[in-house]
Write a protein that binds this ligand. Structure first.
Ligand code: HSE
Length: 452
């Protein structure tokens, strides 16, 4: 009996040693890193620092085969010695390296970065990228059926796992709406305007000083960055393939500190929200500043943080919160995608053959905030409310701030409407602006209702 047990134990040890050997000797996954700036540098650091844990997790090592940068001499000084030896000035060389199984594109932009991703896919190499602009504007994902996979968690909201949750956790559910704060720079600017009572330009200067804004700040403050991310969300959640231009984003550049104060007086905060919502069989996509009630969870998302709410039929509301940018969070998401490839996880699915119809921007329905300045004289309010009635817009509330004094006193008037189509409200706002006693523009923002 003892002999039998010994023989069994011996056999078990042999099998265990064999399995362990097999596990550890699975061939390493080689990556070519294209772009070693803030994010690329972060990826290299993480791959080096956590090499053992990554290997244990994936059952195989992840090794860096080549690193392509624009200025090799400078990069060689900056990078760790084991990496500086791998540097080249030519991304084609890195991509063609025989040990580069995967190409990690972290150059950014829509020129060479898109060429690099296309070349990698053509060469049969999977791609990992954080480049939302190239994915949303260039034709990279459309071939993603038979072509090697493209992984892009880092492109959507940095380390907030929006792609993974849509792709995996909610894969069996039907998503009705995805909305949230997906541009940290704008959220920082708005938080500063609310909390520190500074103007837009002062808040932008602070965002730039803290390194939040993109090199081209226009991408952030005019809403293009959020539109790029929303295009990727719409693809994952609804199988849509919108061009970023179809989203017609509006950013925070024109926000007046006066509207921040007025929103606060009414119990709201202003947030730049990206929203993809199925309504009446059409997909409504928007990026614009919206008013949210102060007690909502999104209203509490402060500074450069991101938060996304996914509303789905069975799961209800799922809220994801975290850092949407920066070397650490973005590099973490990139490394997780590389590890998914190392473990053979399935990539994001290609969109269905028949994408949903996109709703026209002017048809999008919501409650609205309107703010205008008018001469404080008899009949002005009647003329304004008359135009709202004429345009079939129902008023929920009207507030008039203390009139200014002087020879020609003015009053700031804020109107909250019941639900109406954006086009209808925009037309009414244009009519109000033409009234002889109305001074300047009529500010218009949607009011977000519903949601936690
Ligand atoms: N500039 C972006 C932001 C991060 O502020 O959220 C990268 O998309």
């Amino acid at each position: 009996m003892a002999d039998k047990l010994h023989r069994r134990a011996f056999a078990f040890v042999i099998i265990a040693v064999f399995m362990r050997g097999k596990h550890n000797t699975a061939s390493a996954l080689g990556v070519a890193i294209v772009g070693a700036g803030v994010v690329g540098g972060g990826v290299l650091r993480l791959l080096r620092r956590n090499a053992a844990a990554i290997r244990a997790h994936c059952g195989r090592a992840v090794t860096v085969a080549a690193i392509a940068v624009r200025r090799p001499a400078a990069a060689k000084k900056r990078l760790a010695r084991e990496h500086s030896e791998l540097v080249t000035g030519d991304w084609r060389e890195a991509l063609a390296h025989p040990r580069a199984d995967v190409v990690v594109e972290l150059m950014g932009g829509t020129g060479a970065a898109a060429d690099c991703m296309r070349a990698a896919l053509k060469a049969g190499k999977p791609v990992v990228t954080a480049n939302k602009a190239a994915l949303a504007e260039c034709d990279i994902l459309s071939a993603n059926g038979k072509a090697p996979p493209v992984f892009y968690e880092a492109a959507v909201a940095g380390c907030v796992p929006v792609v993974k949750v849509l792709r995996e956790s909610l894969a069996g559910d039907t998503v009705a709406e995805v909305f949230g704060i997906i541009n940290g720079t704008c959220n920082y600017i708005l938080s500063q305007m609310h909390r520190e009572r500074v103007s837009f330009s002062e808040a932008l200067a602070r965002a730039q000083k803290n390194g939040y804004a993109e090199a081209d700040a226009g991408l952030d403050i005019d809403g293009a960055d959020a539109a790029h991310k929303l295009a990727l969300i719409a693809r994952l959640a609804f199988g849509a393939q919108p061009s970023a231009k179809a989203i017609a984003a509006k950013g925070v550049r024109d926000l007046d500190a006066m509207d921040i104060r007025c929103a606060e007086q009414l119990g709201f905060v202003v947030k730049l929200l990206a929203r993809a919502q199925m309504r009446g069989g059409e997909l409504a996509l928007s990026v614009r500043p919206e008013l949210i009630a102060r007690e909502k969870m999104l209203a509490a998302v402060d500074g450069a943080m991101n938060a996304v709410i996914i509303r789905s039929e069975n799961a209800g509301e799922t809220m994801l919160y975290g850092a949407g940018a920066g070397a650490g969070p973005t590099a973490t998401a990139v490394v997780a995608d590389i590890m998914d490839i190392a473990r053979g996880c399935p990539p994001p699915p290609p969109p269905p053959a028949k994408p949903p119809k996109l709703q026209k921007q002017e048809k999008a329905r919501s409650e609205h905030y309107l703010r205008l300045r008018a001469r404080d004289k008899t009949g002005v309010l009647a003329a304004i409310t008359g135009l709202l009635a004429k345009n079939k817009i129902s008023i929920e509330a009207i507030h008039q701030n203390e009139p200014g004094d002087g020879a020609r006193p003015t009053a700031d008037i804020v109107i909250l409407t019941h639900e109406a189509a954006r086009g209808q409200v925009a037309k009414c706002a244009a009519d109000i602006k033409k009234l002889p006693d109305v001074c300047g523009d009529v500010v218009m923002m949607p009011v977000a209702r519903g949601g936690k």
